[in-house]
Ligand binder design. Structure first.
Ligand code: ADP
Ligand code: MG
Length: 703
């Protein structure tokens, strides 16, 4: 039985004794044959190419050389003891060095003019000479010449595995042994029609070729097949979950658009809605009227006007006799939403409440009461809304702003706030690449606000070195003279909070020196301040009593001061791209020309340079998100919260968008034709899917 083969414990494989088996389990979570076969190489080396020593330069990655050992010796004593071999290929001499395992190596390498070796490693320059530390080294033999005709797989390993001989080569050796045993042992996971449609090779052939590729062409087919598999089943999981939820979870039907909405829309809208806002409001409205419980993500760049979109739909909830709430990630933001929304709704006679960590016990008690007797119609707040004591009479719509700070578990908590789960609308402040959205939020419906309110001038972004600070200060003074306000933001990174705090205070002092009272007033807001002190300083800035706001990233999300037109970001190289874009979004909200100034030291690594260049080149959040994804990888970008879902084994969301789209569309088609996967043609898929459900419980965390 094929299933048995894949489930064979790893210690049954020749060359894997109990000790190695134990290590494989502990270090790589490889328990059985299947785990080993799906432990894919992370890279391949073209072993057909041999470099000459004279061609070596510091920019080369790993190189393969062929030559002889001229001499060997042990150098140093005790802790500095190392084994050095001089290697020559007739074009030059190179030093090979071993610090660890020196004895073992020394017994195997014999300087002898007729012994030829193939070595492989990364050259580094030291004292003007090149050397390779811990190269792979093998005598030229038939096996090596055979290998030399193929792409060789490189595997991740760990120090503890290496000590036991399970370095990349040791793992490759195991893979080779196991792959040689494959004789229709790997069950096909896809249907014939899907395989034909996408010209997929069999799963078994793909596994064989991923470990021992015949040639680059065969490797491509193998990679495509395995990536397709991986993405296909993730999408199947997500879309099937969504299908089940839509079938089983009833939603409150918001059947009408009533007075609240119409009155606001016709008489109190502060401006004409953009086409995109209208479209998205309508998408949400239709969804909430469908009888299904809505779970929708609204994506829109900073400043695209998500708040108003949410508010219009909150009014529809009221029109249908429901309460609604809006949850924000920070107190400052919750306060701001509360003020904006109370102001906008003033003429409508709607009760709006605010609940945050700072709400006093007595006010809280009254609020709880009003929520339960239904007198409170709209509640705005922070995480405090999630607490079990917060009970509504009849909540119909939950809006979650700036979603990336809220976990999935918290979403689920909101579901439980009514007998019929309320509709959930998530507003994402960070544009994320479509591929990432489809994987992270693949079970949500998505609306995109892809248009900015009119009259906005694109923000001009420049990169300046710290050494030019005086000129930057000069520019700031000009802007203040024009009546504008300025943010100066300092990084806040948890690990070195003290240092960050010191940087911030040093910065603040130098700003105060350069912008002295009484001509200038400078505010400061940071994480160690009490909430009311923060609020007080924010308000001074909002009321234009101060011209400069020095802050840590607490202002990152949401804060809205349209008169602020300059954003100076200090140590900009320490921020991720998405965060830089978020910060920049704090300006450019009014009619004035706005500026973003990225300050860095003179020395920048290649990634930082690319980040600065990208920021200066474009204002498009989605484009920036794409670059960010390439630089950071999906797990990092999504934050720690949900990275579990993004532990892809072989697919790469920054490169495999076409495969992802193909797989997702295929799943949509499949589920529309055979939602229960009962068609015999789809038996493979159904079987694999059910097995996967058992194995991968962590996926179910997406909901
Ligand atoms: P975000 O999508 O970043 O949450 P906001 O909802 O805070 O954006 O809106 C940004 C600014 O744009 C606010 O000052 C808001 O009043 C304004 N705004 C929103 N929609 C429009 C519109 N259709 N026309 C003009 N200004 C708008
Ligand atoms: Mg917002």
């Amino acid at each position: 039985m094929s299933g048995n083969f894949l489930n064979t414990p790893i210690e049954y494989l020749k060359g894997v004794g109990p000790q190695k088996a134990d290590l494989l389990k502990k270090e790589l979570r490889i328990f059985n044959y299947n785990d080993l076969l799906t432990f894919y190489p992370f890279r391949y080396v073209d072993r057909t190419k041999f470099y000459k020593i004279k061609e070596i330069n510091a920019d080369l990655p790993y190189v393969q050389l062929r030559g002889k050992i001229v001499s060997t010796e042990f150098v140093g004593t005790k802790r500095t003891k190392r084994f050095v071999a001089m290697f020559s290929d007739g074009t030059g001499v190179l030093e090979l060095v071993w610090f660890q395992g020196a004895k073992w190596v020394s017994e195997r390498i014999k300087p002898h003019m007729s012994n030829e070796y193939v070595i492989f490693g990364k050259p580094t320059a030291f004292n003007g000479k090149f050397n390779i530390a811990h190269p792979e080294i093998d005598p030229v033999s038939e096996e090596n010449t055979l290998l030399a005709s193929a792409l060789q797989a490189v595997y991740n390993s760990t120090e503890r595995l290496k000590v036991r001989g399970l370095d990349t080569k040791g793992i490759a050796r195991l893979q080779k042994l196991l792959v040689a045993q494959l004789k229709n042992n790997i069950p096909e996971t896809l249907s014939n029609s899907i395989k034909e449609r996408f010209q997929l090779i069999s799963r078994e052939e793909a596994i064989r070729q991923i470990h021992l590729p015949k040639n680059p062409e065969a490797l491509k087919y193998a990679q495509f097949r395995l990536k397709f598999d991986e993405l296909f089943f993730i999408q199947l999981k997500l879309l099937r979950q969504k299908g089940l939820r839509e079938k089983n979870v009833r939603g409150n039907v918001f059947s009408k658009v009533g007075d609240y909405f119409n009155n606001f829309f016709n008489h109190h809208l502060p401006f004409e809605l953009t086409g995109a806002q209208k479209r998205v409001i309508k998408e949400i409205r239709l969804d909430m009227g469908s009888g299904r419980q809505m779970n929708r993500l609204v994506q829109g760049d900073v400043g695209s006007g998500k708040t108003l979109v949410a508010l219009m739909n909150m009014l529809i909830a009221l029109d249908n006799g429901f309460q609604t709430c809006l949850m924000a990630p920070t107190e400052i933001l919750a306060n701001q939403h509360y003020e904006t929304i109370s102001e906008l709704l003033k003429p409508l006679n709607i009760t709006v409440g605010l609940l945050t960590g700072s709400t006093r016990t007595k006010a809280r008690r009254i609020l709880h009461e009003q929520l339960q007797n239904g007198n409170m119609q709209i509640l705005i707040g922070t995480h405090a809304l999630l607490e079990d004591v917060v009970q509504f009479k009849n909540i119909g719509l939950v809006v979650i702003d700036e979603q990336h700070r809220f976990g999935v578990a918290q979403r689920a908590k909101m579901w439980a706030k009514n007998i019929i789960a309320p509709h959930v609308l998530i507003m994402s402040a960070t544009p994320i690449p479509r591929t990432l959205a489809m994987t992270l939020y693949g079970d949500l419906d998505v609306s995109v606000i892809d248009e900015m309110p009119p009259g906005r001038k694109p923000i001009q972004t420049v990169h300046r070195f710290d050494s030019n600070r005086m000129r930057v200060f000069g520019f700031m003074k000009e802007q203040i003279e024009l009546g504008r306000q300025i943010y100066i933001v300092y990084p806040l990174i948890k690990e070195s909070e003290k240092m960050d705090y010191k940087d911030l205070m040093d910065g603040y002092e130098s700003v105060v020196r350069a912008f002295p009272q009484p001509t200038y007033q400078v505010s400061i807001v940071h994480g160690q301040m009490k909430a009311d002190a923060k609020e007080y300083e924010m308000q001074r800035f909002v009321k234009r009593e101060t011209q400069i706001m020095v802050a840590t990233t607490v202002i990152e999300v949401g804060v809205n001061v349209p008169n602020a037109s300059v954003m100076v970001i200090e140590s900009a190289e320490r921020f991720g791209l998405s965060q830089l874009h978020q910060l920049r979004g704090r300006v450019g909200r009014g009619a004035d020309q706005s500026y973003c100034i990225l300050m860095t030291g003179n020395k920048l690594g290649p990634d930082s340079k690319l980040r600065m260049e990208t920021m200066c080149r474009t204002n498009d959040g989605f484009e920036i998100a794409d670059v960010d994804l390439k630089l950071r990888g999906p797990g990092d970008m999504a934050g720690t919260m949900q990275s579990g879902e993004l532990d892809l084994n072989i697919a790469d969301l920054s490169k495999d968008a076409p495969i992802l789209h193909a797989a997702r569309n295929m799943v949509i088609e499949l589920l529309s034709e055979d939602p229960e996967l009962q068609n015999p043609e789809n038996a493979n898929i159904a079987y694999h899917f059910s097995m996967m459900g058992r194995a991968m419980t962590n996926w179910s965390r997406i909901s």
